[in-house]
Ligand binder design. Structure first.
Ligand SMILES: C[S@@+](CC[C@H](N)C(=O)[O-])C[C@H]1O[C@@H](n2cnc3c(N)ncnc32)[C@H](O)[C@@H]1O
Length: 264
């Protein structure tokens, strides 16, 4: 469905940097280095930025902005630089393309949660072998963000990311959880437990704030891992204000407390 087209320059910098780090090897090796930016919004500024960031990984990367709203496809035409950057009309079926990476940020946010599973299945079905979908949400300026990484087998990880110099407390990330999780952030659910563990770690690490918010975040993530959460990224990513965790740890479909809440 056509939804609000709000976007902003540099809004998706955090997720783009993560894509460069995680999909860079697959893009370098791909016979066809094709990337889809699904739902780029009222202006294609973040699609132009994505292409520039990925060109550092592979100069011949092709980025196609796919939008459901034809007026936004027409408005993006002046920014096109074919064949490296083009804009077409389409939806979750990715306009029939087979990309190595799909970035779909702030698209599902405006849908019902019930639409998520079908959207995920349609997008992942279109991927090239070894491809990934990165689907998530962020605030207007991209200071708080979260995204799910999926491959052909389904969701694999959840990443939380924040601009540390302006972060008050990790609990504020709750407002920017992906659609699949935002309504499950209630006491007793896995995602609520994760945010609480991160918040507790952040509070306990307050003395490290003297050394800067990065040190404090790194300590907080280390304490989340020490508490048994399956953190899957390395400290080199933590210092960027990220935390990536195995999807199985937050999967609402395997949350017993959530099922009992629904049936009660
Ligand atoms: C809020 S904007 C997001 C813009 C940009 N991705 C960002 O994060 O700044 C959401 C856009 O997704 C588009 N959209 C919604 N559903 C879509 C779908 N199924 N396929 C393609 N685009 C879609 C809307 O038309 C809108 O332009």
């Amino acid at each position: 469905m056509v939804t609000r087209g709000t976007t902003n320059p540099n809004r998706l910098r955090r997720v783009d940097n993560w894509i460069v780090a995680h999909a860079g090897p697959a893009l370098r090796d791909a016979p066809d280095p094709l990337v889809v930016d699904l739902g780029y919004g009222a202006t294609p500024v973040t699609t132009v930025e994505l292409r520039a960031r990925l060109a550092r990984v592979r100069p011949d990367v092709r980025v196609v902005g796919v939008e459901i709203d034809p007026s936004r496809v027409a408005a993006a035409a002046p920014a096109a630089d074919p064949p490296l950057l083009t804009f077409v009309r389409g939806g979750f079926e990715l306009a029939g393309l087979s990309p190595v990476v799909v970035r779909a940020l702030n698209v599902l946010r405006q849908y019902d949660e019930a639409a998520v599973a079908a959207a995920w299945a349609t997008m992942t079905a279109g991927l090239a072998p070894g491809g990934i979908v990165v689907e998530g949400t962020c605030d207007e300026l991209g200071r708080l963000a979260s995204w799910v990484c999926l491959d052909a087998g389904g969701p694999r990880s959840l990443t939380l990311a924040a601009k540390l110099s302006t972060l008050d407390t990790p609990a504020t990330l709750a407002e920017r959880l992906p659609k699949s999780l935002i309504h499950h952030n209630v006491p007793g659910s896995p995602v609520h437990g994760l945010l609480r563990a991160l918040d507790d770690g952040w509070r306990d690490a307050a003395p490290y704030a003297t050394f800067g918010p990065r040190q404090r975040w790194q300590r907080a993530v280390a304490s989340v891992r020490a508490a048994g959460w399956p953190v899957v990224d390395r400290p080199t990513r933590w210092r960027l204000g990220e935390l990536t965790i195995a999807w199985s740890a937050v999967d609402p479909s395997s949350d017993v407390s959530d099922k009992s809440r629904k049936s009660s």
